[in-house]
Design a protein around this ligand. Structure first.
Ligand SMILES: Cc1ncc(COP(=O)(O)O)c(C=O)c1O
Ligand SMILES: N[C@@H](CCOP(=O)(O)O)C(=O)O
Length: 504
């Protein structure tokens, strides 16, 4: 098909090129929009792609064990039901009608997704809804609640990679540069859209609720406010950043600050949502992961459908690591790529139940009491998606790493010193990468992607603490405190000379 050939010829240009030319593919601003290419081509050589077939695509909830064990099940639920758990109390998963999706080959899907990049056509300008057929095929476009989330930058971390890791092919997927400043927007647009649909179908849902370490609550309250749906958020008192706390307050959510940790809030919201018609918005609800998985598809798309060797993701409640696995796996199963990357889940040492489980050879999982960590959004000791995470790791040649407080803060500061402004959770992932480079598991020539999960501006207090050099028992080796100087020419000159001598 001619339009696809045109797309392919742009791929060919990149095939033989260096990582630096991939920067143009990573950076959406610079990548020529395929729709522009199609418009410029004479229509005689570029017949349109066959239209997607919305009526034929469908999805339903099935027990996650039927996916993980590959066994058939008669248990399934419509996505219009309010259900979060299987009959035996296990997790659910959204299962797509893969036979329907397989009516078209990988080439078709790649071209279709590429053709939607940069469009303003509702809802396809969203990085999530540009993959609507793979996400929530049954929803009407007018029921979708979207902020055109996704399409986040894939940043070539050239200086960080070369300077600290001897790597030339390191990339940061900036999922935190988003509507509410974290990757949660990707899942929340799907969940809130479905709630919007259910309320229009007169389902008696009085609101949507979540427990949160700060990012889920921000996304939930923003999307609910946009759709005029009440949102209720349970936050662990004094355990989230000020910037995160003010988000649901500003968006008009009902905010409960509760004297417990995230795991305590999670337990409460699960109990409350069984008693009251409040829809549960945490990633226990597998709808969320359908949106989050599109970040994986987007990474492949940004590399012109070349598969990176490694993807490193910070883990807390552990939904996202599975979402990435699912996105990559669907691309493989539907023929868009021929393999999937190896996944690394990175945890803070102070909240590391998955790491301990991994280190025990997957023998016995024990929830932990999570200690305070600068990576406060992953201060979680009893992750609800533990089974999903284990499955994703086992099936992707995955690894689990951990980072101490000092390691994660140093890694964050090192990244910032090369022009980024990342959150402490991204620091955890970068620190894991550094360890895997040091022990030779990740090679200097490997292509690695670190998933940056939140915007650094949500965590300025952690950065202020670090750069003031006043964190107990932390050397803060990369701190860069401001110099206080008298307002006279001589004093300023003296300080400048000292600085310039140091930088020579
Ligand atoms: C900024 C940030 N990074 C990472 C995570 C971990 O994601 P997940 O809970 O899906 O493992 C979270 C939330 O838990 C988060 O808010
Ligand atoms: N970091 C999360 C914790 C809850 O995770 P979820 O994906 O299950 O909602 C947050 O920001 O609340």
């Amino acid at each position: 098909m001619a339009s696809s050939q045109l797309l392919n010829s742009s791929s060919l240009l990149s095939k033989s090129s260096s990582p630096s030319s991939h920067r143009h593919y990573g950076c959406r601003r610079l990548k020529p929009s395929p729709s522009i290419i199609c418009t410029a081509a004479p229509s005689i050589t570029s017949p349109p792609l066959p239209p997607p077939l919305p009526a034929t695509y469908s999805a339903k909830y099935v027990p996650f064990t039927s996916i993980s064990t590959g066994t058939a099940t008669s248990e399934s639920y419509s996505l219009d039901e309010v259900v979060y758990r299987s009959r035996d109390g296990g997790l659910l998963d959204v299962q797509h009608d893969m036979d329907a999706l397989k009516q078209f080959d990988g080439h078709y899907w790649r071209s279709l997704f590429d053709s939607r990049v940069g469009t303003t056509r509702w809802p396809y300008g969203s990085g999530v809804w540009s993959k609507k057929e793979w996400v929530l095929p049954g929803i009407a476009d007018e029921d979708i609640v979207s902020a055109f989330e996704g399409n986040s930058n894939l940043f070539w971390a050239e200086r960080f990679g070369k300077k600290f890791l001897g790597m030339n092919d390191l990339w940061i997927k900036h999922c935190g540069i988003s509507h509410t400043g974290s990757f949660k927007d990707l899942g929340m647009t799907v969940l809130v859209s479905q709630v919007n649909r259910l309320r229009k179908l007169n389902r008696p849902l009085v609101g949507v609720g979540c427990a949160s370490t700060g990012d889920t609550s921000a996304a939930l309250s923003a999307y609910c406010a946009a759709a005029n749906i009440p949102s209720i958020v349970f936050l662990p008192a004094d355990k989230i950043s000020m910037a995160q706390l003010v988000q649901p307050i500003a968006n008009g959510a009902f905010v409960l600050s509760i004297d417990t940790d995230f795991d305590g809030c999670m337990k409460l919201i699960r109990e409350i949502t069984t008693e009251l018609p409040i829809y549960l918005a945490n990633s226990l609800n597998s709808l969320r992961l359908e949106g989050q998985k599109t970040a994986a598809i987007e990474i492949l798309q940004q590399f012109d459908w070349e598969v990176p060797d490694w993807v490193i993701i910070p883990g807390g409640n552990l939904g996202n690591i599975y979402a990435f696995y699912k996105g990559f796996k669907m691309c493989e199963e539907l023929g868009l790529v021929d393999r999937i990357p190896r996944l690394v889940c990175a945890q803070a040492q102070n909240a590391n139940p998955l790491y301990r489980y991994y280190k025990s050879g997957w023998k016995e999982f024990k929830a932990v009491k999570a200690d305070d960590t600068f990576a406060s959004a992953i201060q979680i000791g009893d992750p609800v998606s533990i089974d999903r995470a284990v499955y994703a790791l086992k099936n992707s040649g995955g690894i689990v790493e951990e980072a101490t407080e000092e390691e994660l803060m140093d890694a964050m500061a090192m990244a910032d010193s090369t022009g980024m402004f990342v959150c402490p959770h991204t620091g955890v992932a970068l620190s894991a990468l550094m360890k895997l480079r040091e022990n030779g598991v990740i090679k200097p020539t490997d292509r690695a992607v670190v998933v940056s999960t939140a915007h650094g501006l949500k965590f300025t207090q952690a950065k202020i603490d670090y750069h003031s050099g006043k964190i107990k028992e932390m050397a803060c080796r990369h701190s860069n405190p401001p110099v206080t100087v008298k307002a006279d020419f001589g004093s300023v000159m003296d300080e400048l000379k000292k600085y310039l001598a140091r930088t020579r």
